[in-house]
Design a binder for this molecule. Structure first.
Ligand code: GLU
Length: 332
């Protein structure tokens, strides 16, 4: 009897140890799947699409980096950064539920929320996450084109950005601030990469590019052609800033590009991330936290990624914050 008692006691002890070992290995498997510090709630959106812009811009590398951070931070969320027609179409697609996150200009996010300018009705299904860096409106032309000011664009073939981009909106407003309309130029709807190829081949005379500097497309073009950036007229810039309050005056420094003196007097807006209001509060809180805890990946993707900081995240914020983002900032 006594012998049996000890045998049973030993057996239970062995089973307990085995159960504990089994538990450990299950945990190991789970944490190997991703750095996944959070499993997320049942209501979390599993597939996150982050809209960027054309591949030769700055949104694309930064958006892909942000999607990668989200993708690797959560076991049950898969995130992808995709190329797109940029700001205006991004805002519309996000509002329609075709994507969950998007990079846009702060002026375009505001017009969308208000339902004015290029938007016929208010888009009420997105909110703000953070602003990142200034996007400079760069009017690029070949050094010997003879184009010295915006008024010289009259009758010329001008790339004004992809259809539905923020660049298109900025080009239209800037041409109008200089006393013309888009109908006074031969407008071509081209993304940055096609604009740069066509400039080099002599098929367009100038191109508007609204993006952080250095913009990949301009950097590449300047490696094989002599280019310059045209300054805007001071009075026109003042009128523009009075009418559209998200523009600020900036001077592009000489060394913004490797291959040419890029000095020019122009205007800029801010790049920002917006989020669909369909993203649950808790999920948006955790995704924002993950991005701020991996800022080195943003800086590695493009030099402008270095400008994402907690201190400046609300500078130039043109719309209400997502509640999950607001909670994250309140806690910092
Ligand atoms: N801001 C640009 C636009 O919305 C896109 C900039 C980029 O792709 O980096 O047209």
């Amino acid at each position: 009897m006594k012998k049996n008692y000890w045998f049973l006691l030993m057996l239970s002890a062995v089973m307990l140890v085995l159960a504990a070992c089994g538990g450990d290995s299950a945990n190991e498997e789970e944490s190997e799947e991703g750095s996944g510090d959070s499993a997320g709630g049942d209501d979390w959106i599993e597939n996150i699409t982050l809209l960027t812009g054309g591949e030769a811009g700055v949104y694309f590398p930064l958006g892909v980096a942000m999607a990668d951070i989200i993708d690797t931070s959560f076991d049950n969320v898969s995130a992808t950064g995709v190329s797109s027609g940029a700001s205006v179409s991004n805002a519309e697609q996000l509002n329609n539920g075709e994507a969950q996150l998007a990079l846009v200009q702060n002026d375009i996010a505001f017009y969308g929320a208000e339902g004015n300018n290029m938007f016929s009705e208010p888009l009420d299904n997105y909110s703000g996450v953070f602003t990142i860096y200034p996007e400079t409106i760069q009017l690029v032309t070949l050094a010997d084109s003879g184009i010295e000011s915006v008024s010289d664009l009259e009758g010329k073939r001008v790339a004004i950005g992809d259809m539905g981009s923020g660049t298109e909106a900025n080009a239209t407003q800037i041409i109008e601030a200089h006393g013309m309309t888009v109908d006074d130029v031969d407008a071509q709807y081209l993304d940055f990469s096609d604009a740069s190829t066509n400039l080099q081949d002599g098929n367009v005379d100038a191109a508007f590019v609204t993006a952080g500097t250095p913009t990949g497309a301009i950097q590449e073009l300047s490696a094989s052609a002599d280019v310059k950036i045209v300054s805007f007229d001071e009075d026109a810039m003042n009128d523009l800033m009075e009418e559209y309050t998200y523009y600020t005056q900036v001077d592009i420094p000489e060394d913004a590009y490797d291959n040419f003196d890029s000095t020019a007097s122009t205007v800029a807006v801010q790049a920002m991330l917006i989020a669909s209001n369909d993203i649950p509060e808790d999920q948006m809180y955790e995704m924002t936290k993950a991005i701020f805890e991996n800022l080195d990946s943003m800086a590695n993707a493009h030099v402008r990624g270095e400008e994402l900081t907690l201190d400046t995240a609300e500078d130039g914020m043109s719309i209400d914050l997502h509640p999950g983002v607001q909670r994250y900032y309140d806690e910092q």
